[in-house]
Write a protein that binds this ligand. Structure first.
Ligand SMILES: Nc1ncnc2c1ncn2[C@@H]1O[C@H](COP(=O)(O)OP(=O)(O)OP(=O)(O)O)[C@@H](O)[C@H]1O
Ligand SMILES: [Mg+2]
Length: 274
């Protein structure tokens, strides 16, 4: 069963008179794990804020789970759409870490015992259990980001959108987020991640959408996007080190569309054995 979760048709958006989104067309299906990349100011955050109805199109159409976002409130959409903000301070407000996660659950009317269970689960998943009685504002920026993720995951939305989740996270925490992606994948959730982190995207995303100056300039597999120098340059994306190595070795017969270390090793072994 193929089902469209997000449908964007000829979307235009401007803040005041400054045009930011300029004719976006896009479809995201149930169960897809999608990365959105692009330079600073490309319009990524502006685009995803349309997916939970925080922003409404100035022109064009955005449908989420088949519903025109102009016809529903953020509150109605948020049960099915979880958005983790780029800046956690725009999301966090409760007195303690625990209360922060409880809030949305209470709001959605979950039973007390479910709330208790979900809070434990989400705090543990994001490595925050030991901070449960602290004020969110005493947490480090990386911890605050994880708290924002925990509070969205706790109510189990169908579509989860993360704006720059790996920014400011160390290796271990990035691995945690990667594991989380795997979990959401096995649950059949639809996930959209906005990121500049090319190395993080490399092994984990089937589909990459590249934005530049308010438009989509590339949409396809990571391999396809990365072998397109023009797209990389426009979106100011640096290719992963392994891709650069492959390019440098193209003179000796290494294909230019290598993206994984294992592939490079395999090709090199073949060449060396000749
Ligand atoms: N509330 C606002 N009022 C006016 N202009 C805004 C507002 N929010 C964003 N902009 C402008 O819109 C453009 C796109 O911003 P947006 O935050 O969508 O970019 P982005 O691709 O998410 O960038 P980044 O990678 O830096 O997060 C930028 O030029 C920004 O300055
Ligand atoms: Mg942004």
């Amino acid at each position: 069963m193929v089902e469209t979760v997000v449908e964007v048709e000829n979307l235009y958006y401007s803040y005041n008179s400054h045009p930011v989104l300029r004719g976006i067309n896009l479809e995201i299906r149930r169960g897809e794990i999608v990365a959105i990349m692009g330079e600073n100011g490309a319009g990524k955050t502006t685009l995803i804020k349309h997916f939970n109805g925080l922003l409404k199109p100035k022109k064009g159409l955005v449908k989420v789970f088949g519903v025109d976002t102009r016809k529903v409130s953020v509150a109605e959409l948020s049960r099915k759409v979880g958005l983790v903000f780029q800046n956690p301070d725009h999301q966090l407000f409760a007195e303690t870490v625990e209360k922060e996660v409880e809030f949305a659950l209470r709001n959605f009317g979950f039973k007390e015992e479910v709330i208790k269970r979900r809070v434990e689960w989400a705090l543990n998943l994001m490595g925050l259990t030991k901070y449960r009685n602290r004020s969110p504002f005493t947490l480090s920026i990386g911890e605050r980001k994880r708290l924002a993720i925990a509070s969205v995951l706790s109510y189990d939305p169908e579509l989860i959108i993360f704006d720059e989740p790996t920014a400011g996270q160390d290796f271990l925490q990035k691995e945690r987020i990667a594991e989380l992606l795997n979990l959401l994948r096995t649950q059949g959730k639809t996930v959209i991640i906005v990121t500049h982190d090319v190395e993080f995207v490399a092994t984990r995303f089937e589909r990459v959408i590249v934005m530049s100056q308010g438009r989509i300039i590339g949409d396809g597999s990571f391999r396809k996007i990365l072998s397109n120098l023009e797209i990389l340059k426009k979106a100011r994306l640096l290719p992963p080190q392994i891709v650069k190595c492959a390019w440098l070795l193209s003179d000796i017969g290494i294909p230019r569309d290598i993206i994984y270390p294992e592939e490079l090793v395999e090709k090199l072994e073949k060449i060396l054995r000749r």
